[in-house]
Design a protein around this ligand. Structure first.
Ligand code: UDP
Length: 457
């Protein structure tokens, strides 16, 4: 560890959230910052701890012990999980930082960069008077949604007038806000995330200026802190690693045999579950559309049990020649394949920007949290997809897929998706907006370090 730390200038402590879709953007950010000469310490819990052998250049500190059970112990209630996580991590994190400050192997800590859902980090950093910067792994639209819920004193679906338009954002309805159906922990957790974001010294965003510049300007005006939209972070690294290699290889070989832009790729991310009725509507909607499709059915997708076993024999028989089902796939690699023509998605933020970055039109079926506001932006602002309403119906799926592949509306959406892909590519070039913001972020941290060392001198 001595070598990892001492030769480098500036020591950043990164606090990722253990949920897989949050962990990966933070680790991509860690790699980027390491490439700029910073030493990196990643704080992790026992749950979903990163594979340290993939990151020999970083130091790792555990604050978890065995206190966190698996995510599934929380019955899919992400708010309850986050509430427990934040409660249980605060003291161990505080102790860990004190230990690091006393340990001669570590350079002094320049800055803590924490995932906004790990809001306990804010209190600890403030207590120890360490600079803190927050990473938002979701859209700026989601943050605006949180601020709207806060203003309207409304955090759960039970409390909101769902069909009402949102003041100042005529294309948004209250039901597009990042709402959750549970009430118990939602308000407290969302308020903590919102407060832990707006009080940070700066905000890093896994999003792009070209997608959300008007919102970034508004947020900067309101929070008076600099924002750094440097996404999509996953595009800086070509790491398509997966644990299910044989499944992956056979699906990629199958994709190679499909016609250009013909396949519907279907995935609902790493967390959400669905009912058996929804699974069947999805299955028959896909079957009736006549398009080939590649479907990720996670092992516990259908209320915790195996979805594939619940699909009827007639479905398998009628789709055998044009369907593949897998339990997990290297999504970015799939989306980049020339045969993919549409992504049927739940609009988690990672999936949304991965699809935008590959120019793939979306069929949106958002469920909770930020997925709704992301889907509304996809369909009504960026115009790169169509949104299905809450209740999943096979006729609607079939109709929407045909619209996306055949109708004039679908052709326009396909064109717009290709245009947006070009903008993302430009943003990632050396002189593009995301690269420019990353350069500014590095300068910002270096300047803060200098100011702190001058004030300590
Ligand atoms: N993903 C993947 N393989 C799959 C399904 C999903 O690699 O078969 C990845 C996907 O590329 C994305 C993440 O899992 O980076 C899902 O994140 P997102 O924010 O879209 O949704 P969440 O899982 O948080 O609901």
């Amino acid at each position: 560890m001595e070598k990892k730390q001492k030769e480098r200038k500036g020591h950043l402590v990164l606090v990722p959230c253990p949920l897989p879709s949050h962990m990966s953007p933070m680790l991509h950010l860690a790699k980027l910052l390491h490439s700029q000469g910073f030493s990196i310490t990643v704080i992790h819990t026992q749950l979903n701890s990163p594979n340290q052998s993939h990151y020999p250049e970083f130091s790792f500190e555990s604050i978890g012990g065995s206190m966190l059970e698996s995510y599934s112990a929380f019955d899919g209630d992400v708010m309850l999980f986050l509430s427990e996580l934040n409660m249980k991590c605060e003291t161990p994190f505080h102790d860990c930082l004190i230990k690091m400050q006393l340990c001669s192997q570590y350079n002094p800590i320049s800055c803590i960069i924490y995932d906004s859902v790990m809001y306990f980090s804010a209190a600890v950093a403030d207590d120890l008077q360490i600079l803190r910067i927050v990473l938002r792994t979701s859209s700026a639209a989601n943050y605006i949604g949180l601020s709207i819920l806060d203003e309207n004193d409304c955090h759960s679906t039970q409390e909101c007038r769902l069909e009402e338009p949102v003041a100042g954002f005529p294309f948004l309805r209250m039901k597009d806000m990042p709402l959750f159906s549970t009430q118990k922990h939602t308000r407290k957790v969302l308020t903590c995330i919102y407060n832990g974001t707006k009080t940070a010294s700066a905000i890093i965003w896994n999003s792009l200026w070209c997608l959300e510049h008007a919102l970034f300007e508004k947020i900067e005006d309101e929070t008076l802190v600099p924002v750094f939209p440097i996404g999509p972070l996953q595009r800086y690294s070509s790491n398509f690693s997966t644990d299910v290699l044989s499944e992956e290889q056979s699906c990629m070989a199958w994709l190679d045999k499909q016609a250009q832009s013909s396949v519907v790729y279907v995935s609902t991310g790493s967390v959400i579950t669905m009912s058996k009725d929804e699974l069947l509507e999805m299955a028959w909607g896909l079957a009736n559309s006549d398009q080939p499709f590649l479907w990720v059915v996670r092992d516990c997708l259908v209320n915790g049990s195996d979805g594939v076993e619940q699909l009827p024999r007639e479905f398998h028989e009628s789709t055998r020649s044009r369907c593949r089902i897998a339990s997990w796939l290297p999504q970015q690699k799939v989306l980049a394949h020339r045969s993919i023509g549409c992504f049927f998605t739940h609009n988690g933020w990672n999936s949304t920007i991965e699809s935008i970055a590959e120019g793939v039109p979306m069929l949106c079926w958002p469920r909770v949290g930020d997925q709704r506001v992301n889907a509304r932006f996809v369909s009504h602002v960026w115009r790169v997809g169509l949104q299905l309403e809450d209740r999943l119906l096979r006729e609607e799926i079939d109709r929407a897929i045909r619209t996306l592949f055949v109708d004039e509306e679908g052709i326009q959406i396909q064109k717009q998706a290709k245009e947006l892909k070009k903008k993302v590519e430009i943003s990632l070039r050396q002189e593009g907006a995301s690269s420019d913001f990353f350069g500014r972020l590095v300068k910002y941290i270096r300047l803060q370090e200098t100011m702190i060392s001058l004030s300590n001198a």
